[in-house]
Ligand binder design. Structure first.
Ligand code: PDD
Length: 281
């Protein structure tokens, strides 16, 4: 079972996790009024840190949450690694809410200081051999709000479909709005057809995944054709390969979706090339 490392960051202080306290009036608790980031630590190093912090900044601006000028999140991330003596793989979480007001009110007060939490959780990031087995996914209607490009902590639809998917032996639930595939409950989606890779274009309905962006750039460098174009449910089911990307899963092959086998039911040759952009062995 994953565990949280002992030293966490809470509102400008590094403290033992047992001592962490958050007000019952925190707007994260009352309204899911906040955002978060998930950053992979590979062999003690933060992977794509600048890109994650840039997305966090964009999200803070979207929600009009102002961080204290003195708070350097990059520094918080490296301090958390050194204070917890992390030399292996793990996952760093940054959670920022609009803080605790004086009473419960939908209307927020710009002067409320945000609540900022950083912590590291143990994780075994997958090896190529772990991923080679291929994975099952489910497919469900995307009932989330219209601003899925914001990495909001309001994840109720995501956790409900993902838990149902897990109970049926799937690792992810892929989502569709009408005939169009958006993304996974916690990942972006790619398909391969006739040796070309396709992924849904950036829109308000998908998260601008850091792993998605890294993979697109890597595929281009490798000379593998990649197009950002809408993908239908039929395209997905008839694809030669389906992949999902996320910080915690790099690029993971999906070999069956509900009752449909994808391609030959095993990870395909382009996935074998794509994964090498993340893991060397
Ligand atoms: N989830 N889409 C959604 C809805 C996500 O929640 C995530 C990541 C992604 C992939 O984004 P990235 O490549 O930046 O990790 C796409 C994280 C891992 C989580 O919520 O734990």
């Amino acid at each position: 079972m994953p565990f949280v490392y002992d030293t966490i960051f809470l509102n400008q202080k590094y403290i033992p996790k047992e001592n962490a306290q958050i007000s019952f009036l925190d707007r994260g608790f009352l309204f899911a009024d906040g955002i978060y980031e998930v950053i992979a630590i590979k062999n003690g190093d933060l992977f794509l840190l600048d890109q994650h912090l840039e997305r966090l900044k964009t999200n803070l601006n979207e929600l009009k949450i102002n961080l204290p000028a003195s708070l350097q999140l990059k520094d918080v991330c490296s301090q958390l690694i050194s204070k917890n003596n992390i030399k292996n793989d793990a996952i760093l979480y940054l959670q920022i809410t609009r803080g605790a007001g004086h009473s419960r009110s939908h209307v927020f007060d710009d002067s409320t200081p945000p609540t900022v939490i950083g912590f590291i959780q143990s994780a075994k990031l997958p090896t190529i051999n772990d991923l080679k087995v291929g994975f099952h996914a489910t497919l469900e209607a995307d009932v989330r709000w219209g601003r899925c490009n914001i990495k909001s902590i309001s994840l109720l639809p995501n956790i409900l479909v993902k838990t149902t998917a897990h109970k049926s032996g799937a690792i992810e639930c892929l989502l569709h709005r009408g005939k169009i595939i958006t993304e996974g409950s916690a990942s972006n989606v790619f398909i391969v057809k006739n040796n070309e890779v396709f992924t849904p274009p950036q829109s308000d309905f998908i998260l601008p995944g850091i792993t998605r962006d890294y993979l697109i750039k890597g595929l281009k460098r490798e000379g593998i054709p990649i197009k950002e174009t809408p993908i239908t449910v039929d395209d997905l089911k008839s694809a030669d390969e389906v992949w999902i990307t996320s910080t915690t899963r790099d690029v993971t092959p999906i070999t069956s979706i509900n009752e449909h086998k994808i391609g030959f039911g095993t990870p395909g040759p382009l996935w074998e090339r794509a994964i090498k952009l993340f893991i060397k062995n």
